[in-house]
Design a protein around this ligand. Structure first.
Ligand code: SF4
Length: 266
């Protein structure tokens, strides 16, 4: 039975940045080093914020800090004492900046949501699959909020943000029949909120990018390297002829060119 080719916002961004790195990562399946750092603290913060906004008793206008502490206590049981204190301080700042100044807490449309959408191009069906932290109503559409908990806030480039906006615009329109108006990145460490406007132009750009990807998948032609500043952070630089004088041979992954997991839904 035909299935769809699964695609995420990260995949579209990777493809746009450099088709060869997309090919290494998603078609050949070369592994990237595991993510390290304080992922556990970030996960606990995300889960606490989901509970804070999902389970609040919305008949009462505004929660007190006690409610945030209660949610934090429930979600921080696996952390070290230092991380518990750090997380609590982060939530206290969140409360002072984003809850205390309001007259009432607005109920979100969804928290910790998963979203699916479909896109058919070049006779291929793509399944758009993504997650988000929070989806709020605005007067004229939707606002997607992403919490950032890293110590060093590494912002995507503006082009990457535009592709992310287009991706969610498409998927949310199909799911809710409402338009995405804004994507907001909220840094939990600095309490800065950066908002970016969304429009149907973003959606069209994603459709065009996926269309190019579809063509390449069908023909399996050369996935060209496009060197940029991003090469300094690329996990595949050692295999890349564009940046390495003596590139290492690609490791065996069991997948070869021409065996791409592509399903033609004819
Ligand atoms: S090193 Fe640069 S050009 Fe080479 S695969 Fe990575 S991003 Fe692409």
């Amino acid at each position: 039975m035909a299935t769809s080719y699964q695609i995420t916002a990260t995949k579209i961004q990777t493809y746009h940045r450099c088709p060869q790195s997309y090919y290494f990562r998603y078609e050949l399946g070369l592994k990237t080093p595991a993510f390290f750092g304080s992922a556990a603290l970030g996960t606990a913060l995300h889960q606490s914020l989901a509970k804070i906004h999902r389970d609040w008793h919305y008949l009462d206008p505004l929660p007190q800090m006690d409610w945030l502490l209660q949610c934090w206590q429930e979600r921080s049981t696996n952390l070290s004492p230092g991380q518990v204190t750090e997380g609590q301080e982060i939530l206290e700042r969140y409360y002072q900046n984003f809850i205390a100044p309001e007259t009432a807490l607005k109920r979100p449309l969804a928290v910790e949501g998963r979203i699916k959408g479909y896109l058919r191009v070049e006779n291929l069906e793509f399944l758009l699959w993504g997650r988000y932290d929070r989806l709020d109503y605005l007067e004229d559409g939707l606002e997607l909020i992403e919490y950032k908990s890293n110590k060093e806030l590494k912002l995507p480039t503006l082009e990457e943000i535009d592709l992310q906006i287009g991706f969610y615009y498409l998927a949310l329109e199909q799911r809710y029949q409402e338009s995405l108006r804004q994507l907001s990145l909220l840094s939990l460490r600095t309490c800065e909120k950066m908002s970016f406007d969304a429009s149907a132009d973003h959606k069209e750009w994603v459709e065009a990018t996926v269309s190019q990807l579809a063509l390449r998948l069908r023909t399996d032609e050369v996935w060209e390297a496009t060197p940029s500043e991003g090469c300094a952070r690329c996990h595949y630089a050692r295999y890349c002829q564009a940046v390495s004088e003596h590139p290492e041979p690609l490791p065996e992954t069991g997948r070869t060119r021409g065996q791409i997991q592509l399903v033609l839904d004819l």
